[in-house]
Structure formats: structure tokens, C-alpha cells
Design a protein around this ligand. Structure first.
Ligand code: PLP
Length: 392
């Protein structure tokens, strides 16, 4: 796999060797249950609490406000379902471009009679505070807008949106699964009440997530049992995974500033190279309010070819993603995110997502640019119709 180029870090990231080293003892000799009173248990408990402090430090919260879960999906479910179940008056307003980890529980709530309204983004993929203000002419109990979109990479104005929510007496949840570890996040400056994280998007292990719940916000647990995580999320803790998440958070915090500017440099090099090689390519989403290593591209007149391009690149040694799908089952279907941004169904089908990460190099970018023209030449000819979005 060594010569493969991996540009799909928004899907998942490779485990950082430093994270692997931190986890290793908890996968072998330090196997205790954090709820046990003996020494083995206390060692595990200390490790979990150290990780809780590391995750809290990444987002400027208190450790007591962090609940570990088994994924970003579970953290989002707990935020949305837990709040509504806790008896808060039920009207939820969310962005139409949320990940299914938020949208699916919302659909479930809507089916059981909760009023759910979705906010459209503008054509650059941004949820404007004015749109939320308009929606809050009627009261709502919960607002949910993600910090960064998983398809476009566009950063949302969460602090402004949450300030609007606060002014209108609504609680605010943000899904920060894509943003965490890549851009600075501070729950107090952002005025958010809940924030979801996932370890595997920041070079930590898969199957671990966390939810920040501001002190004083009452949630009803979704998973019931032995009462771990202060009763909010029962189940014996995944100690090694949690330790890995803590270490991944600490590394991301320490290295974020330098890493973000390195990734912006690589991303721009990639963008310039693609512009030279593929003149009908256009950037989807806001040109600079985006995650440092994230590009989402359309190909004017060749929208039906995105999957073919993805497969040709895969064959040539580069892993990239179709912007339309959250799962392989839906590859090639129009993206509901691009549809919400105003793309017609054909254009909404044809995007490619290239996402760089900690181990991406200039050499990989240059190799990608060498194989790209050959992959593009395998596509059907360009049909003539106008491009949409920001031309590169
Ligand atoms: N939210 C966003 C924005 C995501 O991109 C993802 C994963 O792709 C999730 C939630 C789900 O996280 P997990 O894979 O940890 O369940």
C-alpha cells in the first residue's frame, strides 16, 4: 500500500503512530475495568480521566462536560434524541446539510410528532445567520448546525448562529466531527451547548467519539445500563480507544497551527495543478471559508463522470471520494448537500472530494497531478453547458 496516494481523510484518517503507542498498554497489560476498585481498575480510570481532560482541552471545555461514546454518530444521536427526550419543548431547527448522524434522528423525531425545520445554505454552502433568525420567529428548543461540512469542507459561522439561538432561548448543538483538530474550536467563544467529536477523523482510532454537554444542560441517555459516564452513556468504557482519542486530541491541539498552514499550502498546490490539467473543473463551496486540507470539485459538462474518474484514479493509485455519498451504497446519487446549495440533480451527482491529512506530502500532490490527466482522458467528452460554482 506504500505507493498509494490517500486523499480521503474526511472519510477516515490513518492512526498516528504516537496514538498507537499510547493505546498499546491498554490493549495488553493494562486491561482493567475503570469501574473496578482494585489497582487494575484505578489505572484504567486514571487513563480515561486523563483522556477526558485532553479532549476537553481541545475544545476549551471542562473535563466534566465530556461524555465518551462509541462514535461521532452516537454523540450526535445523544445530543438530538437526548435533549428532546428530556422534555424540552419540541421544535428543532437544523441545517439541511447536516450529516445523516443528525438528520436521521431528526427524521425519527419528526415521525413521532416533533416539529423539525431545515435551513437551506446559500450557494457557497454557508448557513447565514439571517436564515436562522427568520426561522426563529417561532420558538425552538434546539438548533443544530455543523461546524464544517463533510462534503464541501465549508466552515459554518457557528459562533454567530449560536448567538442568535441563545438570544431566542434555544439550545445549540454543533457536529464538529470534521472540524475538530483541524481548526480552533472553543465551546465558550462559540456559545454552543453541545458539540460532537469523533476520534478517527483526527488520526485517532475508529469506534470512539465524545459529546460535550454544557454543565446545566439536561439530557436523557439513549443507552441505558450500568450507569457509566455519569449515567449518560452506559457500557464498559473502551479504555484503549478513549486513551487514543485523548492522545489524538492532544497532538492535534499542539500541532494545529503549523499543520493547518502546511495543509493550506498543499491544498492550493493541488488546486492550481488541477486547474492546469482539467480546465472544466470548478471548486464547490466557499473559496476560503473551508477546512485547510479539503477540496470539493465539480467538472462542468462531465458531471456523470465523477464516479468513473474516482475509479480511474483508484486504478492509477489514488484514493479519493465522490462528494455525493456518505456510503458506497449511494455513490452516484445526487448529493442532498449540493441539492440544498441549489445544484440541479445532474450537477449534484458529479463531484469529487479530495481531502489531505497529517501524512500527506508535496511529493504525493505532485504524483497525483501526474496521474490525473491520464485518468481524465478516460472520461467522456465535455458536454457544453455553463459551469456552476466558483471557477478555479
Ligand atoms: N458527522 C460528520 C460531519 C461526519 O463527517 C461523520 C463521519 O463521516 C459523522 C458525523 C459520523 O462519525 P462516526 O464515523 O464516528 O460515526
Amino acid at each position: 500500500m506504500d505507493d498509494r496516494i490517500y486523499f480521503d481523510h474526511a472519510a477516515t484518517t490513518p492512526l498516528d503512530p504516537r496514538v498507537r503507542a499510547a493505546m498499546e498498554p491498554f490493549e495488553s497489560c493494562a486491561f482493567g475495568n475503570p469501574s473496578s476498585l482494585h489497582r487494575e481498575g484505578r489505572i484504567a480510570r486514571d487513563a480515561v480521566e486523563t483522556a477526558r481532560a485532553q479532549v476537553a482541552d481541545l475544545i476549551g471545555s471542562s473535563p466534566d462536560e465530556i461524555t465518551f461514546t462509541a462514535s461521532g454518530t452516537e454523540a450526535d444521536n445523544l445530543a438530538v434524541l437526548g435533549l428532546v427526550a428530556s422534555g424540552a419543548k419540541a421544535r428543532v431547527v437544523a441545517s439541511a446539510i447536516e450529516h445523516p448522524a443528525v438528520l436521521k434522528p431528526l427524521r425519527h423525531l419528526a415521525d413521532s410528532g416533533v416539529e423539525v425545520d431545515l435551513l437551506p445554505p446559500d450557494e457557497e454552502g454557508i448557513i447565514r445567520p439571517g436564515v436562522l433568525l427568520e426561522a426563529l420567529r417561532r420558538p425552538a428548543s434546539l438548533i443544530s448546525v455543523m461546524a464544517a461540512n463533510n462534503v464541501t469542507g465549508v466552515l459554518q459561522p457557528v459562533a454567530e448562529l449560536a448567538a442568535v439561538a441563545k438570544e431566542r432561548g434555544a439550545l445549540f448543538h454543533t457536529d464538529a466531527v470534521q472540524a475538530a483538530g483541524k481548526v480552533p474550536l472553543d465551546v465558550n467563544r462559540m456559545h454552543v451547548d453541545m458539540l460532537a467529536l469523533s476520534a478517527h477523523k483526527l488520526h485517532g482510532p475508529k469506534g470512539v467519539g465524545a459529546l460535550f454537554v454544557r454543565a446545566g444542560v439536561r439530557l436523557r441517555p439513549v443507552i441505558l445500563g450500568g450507569g457509566q459516564e455519569r449515567g449518560l452513556r452506559s457500557a464498559t468504557e473502551n479504555v484503549a480507544g478513549i486513551v487514543g482519542m485523548g492522545e489524538a486530541a492532544a497532538i492535534a491541539k499542539r500541532e494545529m497551527a503549523a499543520e493547518a498552514s502546511r495543509l493550506v499550502g498543499l491544498r492550493d498546490r493541488l488546486l492550481d495543478g488541477i486547474r492546469a490539467a482539467v480546465p472544466n473543473a470548478y471548486l464547490i463551496g466557499h473559496s476560503y471559508r473551508r477546512l485547510p486540507g479539503h477540496l470539493c470539485l465539480g467538472f462542468a459538462g462531465q458531471e456523470g463522470e465523477a464516479i468513473r474518474l474516482l475509479l480511474a484514479l483508484d486504478e492509477a493509485g489514488a484514493a479519493v471520494s465522490s462528494g455525493s455519498a456518505c456510503s458506497a451504497d449511494h455513490a452516484g446519487e445526487p448529493s442532498y448537500i449540493l441539492r440544498a446549495m441549489g445544484f440541479d440533480p445532474i450537477r449534484a451527482r458529479g463531484s469529487l472530494r479530495l481531502t489531505l491529512g497529517r501524512f500527506s506530502t508535496e511529493c504525493e500532490v505532485d504524483r497525483f497531478l501526474e496521474i490525473l490527466p491520464q485518468a481524465v482522458s478516460a472520461l467522456r467528452p465535455v458536454a457544453t453547458h455553463a459551469a456552476f460554482g466558483v471557477r478555479l
